[in-house]
Design a protein around this ligand. Structure first.
Ligand SMILES: *[C@@H]1O[C@H](CO)[C@@H](O)[C@H](O)[C@H]1NC(C)=O
Ligand SMILES: *[C@@H]1O[C@H](CO)[C@@H](O)[C@H](O)[C@H]1NC(C)=O
Length: 382
């Protein structure tokens, strides 16, 4: 009891000294004097600073603190304000960013990759008018997806990779002004966004969803809505169902990775529409049937095509050429004239159950990049 009274007294005395000291400091701009106590309060919360960066966080010259950068704010070209923070790799520990980030009114970039910040993200960040890059990756944030970012008009870059965010991802995030959305390696669940129709277009060109707990099928209208993605990375989730033939809309994809899910069905021929693709990983799912020759023949940029740990039964001459070149891996399937396959019993067991995909008749059309029945260049293969 005595101890806590003493602590309170000490604290208020310190606060008074602090206020007096702040008053005696001269700042280059009034905007800097406003953020000074915010920074000092945050500094007092930091429990570990192995690189000693906070030693530089003293005095009125905030623009020269390590990790702090000033610029003219958008609303006043003659003022000087704290415009960006780059704590990347500082390995700071603090129990929260709340009360800090949300009290930096002119902040445009906030990068805090690879620290040990914990807690949740305050809804107060909504009021930051200029924030356009928010990188909180590789920390230990938890709680729900930070819904405060929804509708933030200025925000174009959101990176919350490698944290412990859990629960669903609000669908609205996919249709706001974001260009980059990295949410892989969290504990995010639920189904992938269903309603990314043509009307509500997305601006995202970089999106990573891997290593979460996304469930359910890949929605049929997702590929078209995200057709500008250069990397489609859904590996290590809990996706089920068949690949819709609409995956052919991922025509900008360099990487298409849905490895280690519970996807099934035959491969849609439309996979051959991904003309730019270099890496295709479908390993460790339950795909079956024949590997479409058109895919092996037409995807000339492939360097790594992994189909291992599935239930494919046939590969044709074009695909065999890729196997020979070390591009295609079909290990642990049911192709019994090739080495390293599953046992006959295991394959028989798998095929004993009837298996169907919705819209199966589309699977052998090379939609959407070619019209049905259009002659493809491999139609003359014997
Ligand atoms: C712009 O900033 C300068 C420097 O802080 C200040 O003196 C001036 O009053 C500001 N102008 C407006 C319109 O707020
Ligand atoms: C090809 O991709 C698979 C799956 O992503 C990976 O395990 C493998 O190491 C890659 N192979 C090469 C040669 O890069």
């Amino acid at each position: 009891m005595m101890n806590s009274i003493f602590a309170k007294l000490l604290f208020s005395t310190l606060c008074m000294i602090f206020v007096l000291k702040a008053e005696s400091l001269v700042f280059a701009d009034q905007r800097l004097s406003i953020v000074y106590p915010v920074i000092q309060k945050f500094k007092s919360l930091i429990t570990s600073d192995p690189l000693g960066v906070t030693k530089t966080w003293i005095g009125s010259d905030i623009c020269n603190y390590k990790g702090f950068y000033c610029d003219h704010p958008p609303d006043n070209n003659s003022a000087i304000a704290l415009a960006s923070i780059d704590f990347n790799g500082f390995h700071l520990s603090a129990p929260t960013l709340n009360g800090f980030i949300d009290n930096l009114p002119d902040i445009a970039l906030f990068h805090a990759n690879s620290n040990n910040f914990i807690g949740t993200i305050t809804s107060q960040i909504t009021k930051l008018p200029y924030l356009y890059e928010l990188d909180l990756s590789n920390n230990q944030f938890s709680g729900a997806f930070p819904i405060a970012v929804l509708g933030m008009k200025s925000l174009t870059f959101l990176d919350i990779r490698f944290n412990f965010f859990s629960g669903g991802v609000p669908q609205q995030i996919f249709t706001q002004n974001l260009e980059v959305l990295f949410i892989n390696n969290n504990l995010l669940t639920q189904n992938l966004p269903e309603n990314l129709g043509i009307s509500s277009s997305t601006h995202i060109f970089l999106l990573t969803l891997a290593n979460n707990k996304f469930m359910g099928p890949i929605p049929r209208n997702l590929p078209k809505a995200l057709s500008s993605l250069s990397e489609v990375v859904l590996l290590n989730n809990e996706l089920t169902g068949c690949l819709p033939h609409e995956i052919g809309y991922f025509q900008e994809a360099i990487v298409f990775d849905v490895g280690n899910n519970q996807l099934t069905g035959p491969l849609p021929f439309s996979l051959s529409c991904l003309e730019k693709v270099e890496v295709v990983n479908l390993a460790s799912n339950m795909f079956y049937g024949m590997v479409p020759e058109v895919v092996c023949a037409e995807l000339v940029n492939l360097v790594n095509f992994s189909l291992s740990d599935n239930y494919f039964t046939h590969v044709g001459p074009f695909c065999r050429m890729l196997i020979q070149r070390g591009v295609l891996d079909v290990g642990k399937n049911c192709i019994h004239d090739l080495p390293f396959q599953r046992s006959m019993e295991e394959c028989a067991q798998f095929y004993a159950q009837p298996r169907m995909c919705p819209f199966m008749w589309f699977h052998s059309f090379i939609l959407p990049c070619k019209f049905p029945f259009q002659k493809s260049s491999v139609s003359s293969i014997p």
